[in-house]
Design a protein. Structure first.
Length: 395
């Protein structure tokens, strides 16, 4: 399959830019302004202040900035200042309620069910490219394109997908592979992507920082926000309900210790387990029904494949029945895409799981470590996302 890059905004067009106060989105707005576009800045407000602000215990080690946290007000002030200096209209969309329902509650529910969620994926789908744009629409603001500082590209296939004549907008990797952010974006519908563009797609991160410094942007001096929420706030998020302690066991069922609640553990975790054994152990699985955390040696964390459901396909074009194909799959943000075979999964009588939509089976060419239910399995071909789903179980 071949693809064509979609055109970036042109002089005279109206461009809405999602701004966070960071260097990527700020430079994106400036470059579009300099190219002759009419730029409108917008930021989503998601911090509701219900969690008390945490102060750093060690002033030499400040709390790392997160996208959800009390630093939001300062970020918005920086965006306002930049937009005023550059004659850019600026709006703040209140998305606190939607964020609480579709990101925070999802995050807590998944952990409490023994799964490992990715809140950034749900935030992009439901808030940044959902509620925020809906808020702009409700204000009566029209635009030709919506741009952000993500490192990704929007492309269109030169042929229809899977034998159809449907050629939707699709997400492809950016030039700077070290900053690839496509994994976070895979659930955004193709209909939304039609008006989305990523102007930094063809630039290296180092080039972006250098350009921002030359333009004397305050954003160039900031550290990047990395986490959905800082670890200092993790326990506070889960303070709405008491944790339920339970047993930590090995693969043979022997009790090794006690856990403080399954929401505090993830597949592959080694540190903070609170058990003493004569060999290195990791979280191999989490049993929410019996409230168990299962530990095992590293080799026992390898899987031959996985089952994923709740799939998103570009243009809603799902591969046809009995279609088996090869692709690369990425099973977490930090992992590299690996070769795999993809086919529809037909649950047998012994599979009692309830699936959302048609589940698909992914078989790895080589075993992969620490497959975590709740994370996303994203499929790539020719550096383009061809589909993605939520991991239901490892094989």
């Amino acid at each position: 399959m071949t693809y064509s890059d979609l055109d970036l905004p042109q002089k005279g067009q109206t461009v809405l830019v999602g701004m966070s106060g960071g260097v990527d989105s700020t430079l994106t707005a400036l470059l579009l302004k300099q190219s002759g576009c009419k730029v409108i800045g917008v930021t989503m407000s998601i911090w509701d202040g219900k969690i008390p602000e945490v102060k750093a215990k060690n002033p030499d080690k400040p709390i790392k900035e997160a996208c959800y946290g009390p630093g939001e007000e300062e970020n918005i002030d920086e965006c306002k200042k930049f937009c005023k200096e550059n004659n850019i209209d600026y709006y703040v969309i209140d998305a606190k309620e939607e964020y609480s329902k579709k990101v925070l509650e999802y995050f807590k529910s998944e952990y409490r069910n023994g799964r490992t969620p990715n809140p950034c994926i749900m935030c992009n789908r439901n808030i940044k490219f959902g509620a925020m744009l809906e808020g702009i629409k409700n204000l009566g603001i029209e635009y030709d394109y919506f741009c952000t500082g993500h490192y990704a590209k929007i492309v269109r296939p030169d042929q229809g997908l899977f034998g159809t004549d449907i050629r939707p907008s699709m997400i492809a990797g950016a030039s700077d592979l070290s900053k690839d952010q496509t994994y976070f974006l895979y659930r955004i519908p193709s209909s939304t992507l039609e008006k989305v563009r990523f102007p930094l797609a063809f630039r290296k991160k180092s080039e972006v920082v250098e350009l921002a410094k030359k333009e004397n942007l305050e954003a160039a001096k900031r550290e990047e926000s990395q986490d959905f929420v800082g670890e200092e706030y993790f326990d506070m998020l889960f303070s709405d309900k008491p944790s339920i302690p339970g047993d930590i066991i090995d693969l043979d069922g022997h009790i090794l210790g006690k856990h403080r609640g399954i929401e505090h553990y993830t597949i592959g975790q080694r540190r903070g387990l609170g058990v003493a054994v004569s060999y290195p152990v990791y979280v191999q699985s989490i049993d929410p029904v019996n409230n168990l955390v299962v530990l095992a040696p590293n080799d026992a964390l390898n899987s031959d494949g996985l089952i994923a459901d709740d799939w998103v396909w570009p243009g809603n074009v799902e591969p046809p029945e009995d279609y088996v194909f090869e692709a690369l799959v990425k099973v977490r943000l930090a992992s590299k895409p690996v070769p795999c075979k993809v086919e529809r999964y037909k649950p047998g009588a012994d599979d009692t799981k309830t699936y959302t939509g048609q589940p698909w089976k992914i078989t790895f060419d080589q075993p992969q470590r620490a497959i975590a239910p709740g994370q996303s399995a994203v499929l790539y071909k020719d550096n383009v996302i061809i589909g993605g789903g939520i991991i239901s179980k490892a094989i």
